[in-house]
Design a protein around this ligand. Structure first.
Ligand code: SAM
Length: 261
């Protein structure tokens, strides 16, 4: 009997319909799979039935990693590590499909790490990831809405994002207090080239530091009131950070880099 560890965000998915839905969302036959936090291997079993070519899992919990090796033998390569410490870009020679019912306490950290470290040759074909619904809502939020912010801007930079479904707490054991959502991420073919993604992080951090205030203060802090940039990007400083589109933020990051080059 496995006792779930709260510190590792262990809520195991037990609803067979949801497990099937996740498995059937992407065609994985003959593909290379990476599952983050496979836990007791519930989703893993369903995915294996679809005949992937190779299957890697990253599980931090030592005991669960031992159990997974015992249960699945050579069907899986079990990496008993913290996903935040792994450099996926160097781990795989070919593109992988990533699945993850992510530990909620570090889900945004995992996603941000992947996006910030993304080189132009993406290491994954797509990501199918579960988040707490409140976080998923922020990831897919459109501009002019209250959920729109740093996470939406950073997540949508290089990735197209589609919501697959919401999932009720009853689908898990132990039952979490919150609803979850399943999101599918695909690399974009075209995206604004920002040389250093940390500049996008910096700009969004400063703009959204006071999300209810007008744009004037953060703009002046970053761009010293540069009128040319305001005219070029058609920015009205009386607006609020949530009123600027995704593209305006990507362009602002480029302008910021130009000013420093
Ligand atoms: N995928 C399983 C399922 O759906 O039943 C379990 C999901 S549970 C929400 C999160 C899993 O991620 C747990 O197995 C936990 O041990 C693992 N985990 C937590 N933090 C981790 C980390 N930093 N690196 C890798 N795995 C982690």
């Amino acid at each position: 009997m496995i006792k779930a560890k709260k510190s590792l965000g262990q809520n195991f998915l037990i609803d067979k319909d949801i497990l099937k839905k996740i498995t059937n969302t992407v065609n994985i036959k003959n593909k290379i799979i990476l599952e983050i936090g496979p836990g007791t291997g519930n989703l893993t079993s369903y995915l294996l039935e679809k005949s992937p070519k190779q299957f890697f899992v990253i599980e931090k919990d030592n005991q669960l990693a031992i159990n997974l090796r015992d249960k699945f033998h050579d069907q899986l390569t079990v990496i008993n590590e913290d996903v935040l410490k792994i450099d996926e870009t160097n781990l795989f020679k070919n593109k992988v499909i990533v699945f993850g019912n992510l530990p909620y306490n570090i889900s945004t950290e995992i996603l941000s790490k992947w996006i910030i470290n993304l080189k132009d040759n993406f290491w994954f074909e797509c990501l199918l990831l579960m988040f707490q619904k409140e976080v998923a809502d922020r990831i897919i939020a459109k501009f002019n809405t209250s959920n729109y912010g740093r996470l939406s801007i950073i997540s949508n930079w290089k990735l197209n994002i589609e919501k697959i479904c919401d999932i009720k707490p009853e689908a898990f054991k132990p039952k979490p207090k919150i609803d979850s959502s399943l999101l599918l991420f695909y690399p974009k073919k075209n995206y604004v080239k920002i040389s250093d993604p940390n500049n996008l992080e910096k700009i969004t951090r400063i703009f959204f530091n006071q999300r209810r205030k007008m744009l004037k203060k953060p703009f002046n802090q970053l761009f010293n009131g540069n009128q040319k940039i305001l005219d070029k990007l058609k920015i009205d400083l009386n607006l609020r950070p949530q009123n600027l589109t995704l593209d305006t933020y990507y362009q602002l990051a480029c302008e910021y880099e130009d000013l420093r080059s």
